[in-house]
Design a protein around this ligand. Sequence first.
Ligand code: PEP
Length: 249
Amino acid sequence: MRTPVIAGNWKMNLLPAQAAALVNELKPLCAGANCDVVLCAPYINLPAAMAAAAGSNIKIGAQNCHWATEGAFTGEVSANMLRDIGVEYVLTGHSERRTLFGDTNETVRDRTRAGLDAGLTVILCVGEVLQERQQGITYEVVRLQTKVALEGVSAEELQRVIIAYEPVWAIGTGLTATAEQANEANKWVRDCVAELYGQAAADALVVQYGGSMNAANAAELLAKPDVDGGLIGGASLKAADFAAIAGAA
Ligand code: PEP
């Protein structure tokens, strides 16, 4: 039995006080959730979000980390720094990092490595762009992203990896993959992990779906056998919507 993980990705939204207020609003709403609840905040909001979440079942994550532990990387934040202030999760390979900020499969692999080395749980994002889906190469794209990102990750470390399948055409667009499409791609991710680590490890892996998941469509998506939770962007900024998704898990 996999425990579903519902993770919010606030992207570049909220001031620290607003982040704390949203966590405080969510705490009672998510207290009874039958899933793990994670909120990925902008770096500057992490201390406020963690302070507000203290003592609750809400865990806090960052949205990225650099691959080096320290050095001349102006403007960057290392996974060690995140861990040091008490952050538990980090996203790697989000499509906005890939498309807007030049992340490649290799830099995603290196960021994943850094997150694991620092003791974080990594939510690794994979997913095809619209053109790739139309070309019929979603399977190949998702496998390549998964395989490269997991290069050098041990079976033990895999226990601190969550994979979020996020079709890029569904992120922030209001277009959602059908539950069948989501389940099919999540299964491809799991099959790829089974090839690398064996079926038992793949069966234990949490594979989320992300892409315009909301209070109205969450239950249908989450009912699918290979959809073990969600990575939620827009709807994670509204307490009632995010709590409803957590409640559906
Ligand atoms: C995301 O940012 O990972 C995401 C899925 O966004 P949205 O839910 O807004 O599509």
